[in-house]
Design a protein around this ligand. Structure first.
Ligand SMILES: Nc1ncnc2c1ncn2[C@@H]1O[C@H](COP(=O)(O)OP(=O)(O)OP(=O)(O)O)[C@@H](O)[C@H]1O
Length: 609
């Protein structure tokens, strides 16, 4: 097929390369010529239709979940580029590091035509599979590239013109690619510039989250560029460089090998003050303007009260609908009771709720009723007047209920609240007033109440250990947080949270299977702890392997695989095929090659058996 836009030099180059086996000189760019050579060496046939690996909806959901963070940080740019793409009759495409298309947005008419050449979500556009193309070749060459019409390796792709750039995460690993693709007839002069600028923004946004516990230096030779996507960013932990962006490395004339090797004091010649812009010097004495931000100091918690906890990695276990329902109830002043096993995320759910509620501007005051000594619980909750008891502060105390004024009071472990306190709490809920211990006027308070417990409050009530009048007041609309082991797609949960705890890291299939098979008695708390431990053990650029997992999880996986040892020959065969697929990240061709069978055999056996 000849594209209407195929220009003479490209045709000449194709004739020289594909017809006469000569390298096209100056007719196409060097990256295109290199890519043609690589594709030819793989034996790809320019007249063939590239093999498309089908992906099931489940597989695609899994891949999408693995790249949730990338999708999240890219969303604003995709939305902005969508308008440009629509104006150019093109589509904007986000892919994972293997070139698998995660999202396409833009011109609906062109999207329809693009889908005919498999430019659609779930399809892998790697150079090795789909020949020279902007996505695959940019990922291979690790740099932005445009591929017009006949520069595509396969003739069938000559209808396209594409511009793509790889996206680097703060550890220098490729997180994915961004691409603008349109008709070869369209004017695409600005496409590569737009893609580059959008990638710059995405890479900058990677630093918005995930480095709260580290020292972040933002710097530039031009102070006006501080705070923009062009600033250099270096992140230090214990004085050592652990993450960077490409502008930062460029300004300091370094490359990714500087990570984990360079120290803050050797990179910035003058000490940096926390907050505010200071003049400094780079490692070669070049003048720089820099701003340092340090992790915030932890507030000191009072008895029973736990504060702070900025946004944490989170997987919504019950779906947005539940959070939205809870928000509407809390906004309508209905008290909420959240139940669930320990570690299922009752408090983190309440915090999210607070952020979404009409009381987001007010405080969130968590109180652990089980942690407060019985003799202090009353004064801590309801406050006390000056000199109310021996050891009381001279000026008295407002109490945690009053501190929750205009916000949300979160009473954790409500089942452990002593009966006498339950009576006082009920009165406060009825009167909306607190009377401090030791006298003083009653003070009107305006707070919403969320209670949580891992105990069976109904059973406690039936046994007389919890006041029934308070129970019915609190349990008007109970929410139960599901245990982790009951969630249908645990793999997706694990992969989703891994991406937040360890941006850019990936699990070896065996490690992923072991984590998904484990029953997690400590629920999300245990999973979060495990992921934090893996983050400490993990080396950038390497996968998380099964032998890095904590012993109980490895032991559980070993016991499960011994119990499930296949006995029938066909079971063994199917397991081997599944394993080969897992080891090759779902790539059917590679799995078939590893097993020494045809792709069609693999399809047939896995479908039919
Ligand atoms: N949905 C979730 N997604 C990610 N991490 C979670 C989630 N839920 C809980 N966690 C992790 O587990 C930890 C404990 O959560 P949380 O304190 O909300 O549980 P809880 O149900 O209130 O536990 P307990 O009943 O023991 O008080 C959190 O700090 C967080 O690290």
């Amino acid at each position: 097929m000849t594209s209407p836009s195929t220009t003479a030099p490209v045709e000449i180059a194709r004739r020289q390369f594909f017809g006469e086996g000569r390298l096209p000189r100056a007719m196409v760019g060097a990256p295109i010529a290199r890519s043609w050579q690589r594709c030819a060496a793989l034996g790809l046939d320019i007249a063939a239709f590239p093999a498309i690996e089908p992906m099931t909806a489940d597989e695609f959901r899994h891949v999408s979940a693995c790249h949730e963070r990338l999708r999240h940080v890219s969303r604003p740019e995709l939305q902005t580029l969508r308008q440009e793409a629509q104006a150019m009759g093109s589509v904007v495409i986000l892919t994972d590091p293997d070139g698998i298309i995660l999202d396409t947005l833009g011109d609906a008419e062109f999207a329809g035509r693009a889908a005919q050449v498999a430019l659609r979500p779930g399809v892998r556009w790697s150079e090795g599979g789909t020949g020279t193309n902007a996505i695959g070749t940019a990922l291979y060459e690790r740099r932005p590239i445009e591929v017009h019409g006949g520069e595509h390796y396969f003739e069938t792709h000559a209808i396209l013109t594409c511009a793509a750039a790889p996206i680097f995460d703060p550890q220098g690993r490729i997180a994915g690619a961004l691409d603008l693709s349109g008709s070869a007839l369209a004017d695409h002069r600005y496409a590569l510039g737009l893609v580059r600028m959008a990638v710059e923004q995405i890479e900058h946004r990677f630093f918005d989250e995930g480095f709260r516990d580290a020292e972040v230096v933002r710097f530039h030779t031009d102070p006006d560029l501080l705070g923009t996507a062009r600033e250099g960013i270096f992140v230090f932990r214990d004085g050592r460089l652990i993450a960077a962006n490409r502008h930062g490395l460029g300004l300091m004339q370094l490359d990714w090998s500087a990570l984990n090797a360079r120290r803050l004091d050797e990179l910035f010649a003058r000490p940096l003050a926390a907050e505010g812009i200071v003049r400094s010097r780079g490692r070669r004495g070049e003048p720089l303007f820099a701003r340092l931000s340090r992790p915030p100091a932890l507030p000191s918690p009072g008895p029973g009260a736990r504060r702070g906890a900025a946004a944490e990695p989170w997987f919504d276990p019950a779906g947005e609908a539940m959070l939205d329902r809870a928000r509407r109830l809390i906004d309508a002043e209905v008290p909420l009771l959240v139940t669930g096993e320990t570690g299922t995320g009752k408090e983190i759910f309440a915090r999210r709720l607070h952020q979404l509620s009409a009381r987001a501007g007010g405080p969130f005051v968590p109180v652990n009723c089980a942690a407060l000594p019985e003799n202090l619980i009353e004064s801590e909750l309801f406050g006390y007047a000056e000199g109310a008891f021996t050891g009381a502060r001279r000026q008295g105390a407002r109490g945690l209920v009053r501190e929750a004024d205009k916000g949300i009071l979160f009473l954790d472990e409500i089942g452990d609240m002593p009966l006498a306190m339950q009576a006082r709490l009920l009165r406060v809920l009825q009167d909306r007033q607190v009377k401090p211990l030791g006298g003083g006027p009653a003070v009107t308070v305006d707070f919403a109440l969320v209670c949580a417990t891992h105990r069976d409050l109904a059973a406690l009530t039936a046994a007389g250990a919890f006041r029934s009048d308070l129970y019915y007041r609190l349990a008007q609309y109970p929410f139960e947080m599901p245990a982790l082991r009951t969630l249908a797609d645990r793999r997706a949960v694990i992969v989703h949270l891994l991406a937040q705890h360890l941006p850019g890291a990936w699990l070896e299939p065996e490690a992923e299977a072991a984590l998904a098979a484990y029953d997690w008695p400590g629920n999300f708390r245990q999973l979060a702890g495990t992921l934090r431990a893996l983050a400490a053990l993990h080396r950038p650029g390497e996968p998380v392997t099964a032998d890095m997992l904590p012993q109980p999880i490895r032991a559980h996986a070993a016991a499960a695989s011994a119990a499930a040892a296949p006995s029938r020959l066909e079971d063994i065969e199917r397991d081997a095929m599944q394993r080969a697929l897992d080891l090759n990240a779902g790539n059917v061709s590679r799995a078939a090659r590893a097993l020494g069978v045809n792709r069609s055999t693999l399809y047939r056996r896995l479908r039919l058996s």
